[in-house]
Ligand binder design. Structure first.
Ligand SMILES: [Zn+2]
Length: 250
């Protein structure tokens, strides 16, 4: 294992673009993924906080924080995560019994493979009914054309008692704002288009079809989940910077 200073210096090089020198510091909060006892602050806001050991972001640490609170037997779980790399995938791989990961490539059919990763479209997953105990995703559903169909698909592949834990950009004091829709194959913009960064596609490349509000839980109930809540426990844990996450139970 590399010495801590080497890790921090490698991380600072990797995130040089982010750094705001006047805000660099540390937080005595342990990483929910690797349990490292403090976090590095590189800049203001959520994206400025990282674990120096596993490089997890606050979004991923929030996910692990809430997941650990809701799933006490992760080591016996079959899990599906809707991405294929990064510290959260590494954490799931070592924590659960069985992990399936995927990416979405519009030019591949669901179920096809690229570089060892399976393509899945959450609106028509190729997995059998009741395949998983837990599904997770971070910053995916705001990009799904028909999110109700996507939520129904996640519900379908979860077993009885299964849990779906995920993050999306969320405004807790507003209703969901639909930003765009796909009509006869054409994107119709209802609001100023908003594009997000993507690890595979690059910065500002993926259209956000909506910005979710507190009513996201209604849509999960409509999709067939028996219970859906917004869990804000990570917000408090990470000095107000953690993410509120959605926890839906079959
Ligand atoms: Zn960590």
């Amino acid at each position: 294992m590399r010495p801590l200073l080497q890790r921090i210096s490698a991380m600072i090089s990797a995130y040089a673009r982010l750094i705001e020198p006047t805000h660099v510091g540390g937080l005595k909060i342990s990483c929910s993924l690797c349990e490292f006892p403090f976090l590095v602050v590189l800049a203001r806001g959520e994206m400025g906080i990282r674990c120096p050991r596993c490089r997890a972001s606050v979004v991923h640490m929030s996910m692990a924080h809430v997941l650990n609170a809701h799933c006490d037997s992760l080591s016996k779980f079959a899990v599906y995560e809707l991405s294929s790399r990064g510290p959260f995938v590494t954490y799931l791989r070592r924590s659960c019994m069985n992990l399936k990961v995927s990416e979405f490539w519009p030019d591949l059919s669901p179920g096809q493979w690229r570089n060892g990763i399976q393509c899945q479209n959450v609106e028509r997953l190729t997995y059998a009914d009741e395949s998983f105990d837990l599904c997770t995703s971070t910053e995916v559903f705001e990009h799904v054309v028909d999110d109700l169909i996507g939520f129904r698909e996640i519900r379908r592949v979860l077993r009885s008692g299964g849990v779906f834990i995920f993050s999306v950009p969320l405004r807790l004091d507003e209703r969901t704002l639909e930003r765009a829709a796909l009509i006869d194959g054409e994107i119709c913009y209802l609001e100023e288009p908003e594009y997000h960064d993507d690890l595979l596609r690059g910065a500002g490349k993926v259209l956000a079809y909506r910005t979710y509000g507190f009513d996201i839980t209604d849509k999960l109930l409509e999709a067939g989940f028996s219970k859906a809540i917004i869990d804000t426990s990570a917000t408090e844990y990470f000095n107000g910077l953690g993410r509120p996450l959605i926890v839906a139970t079959v």
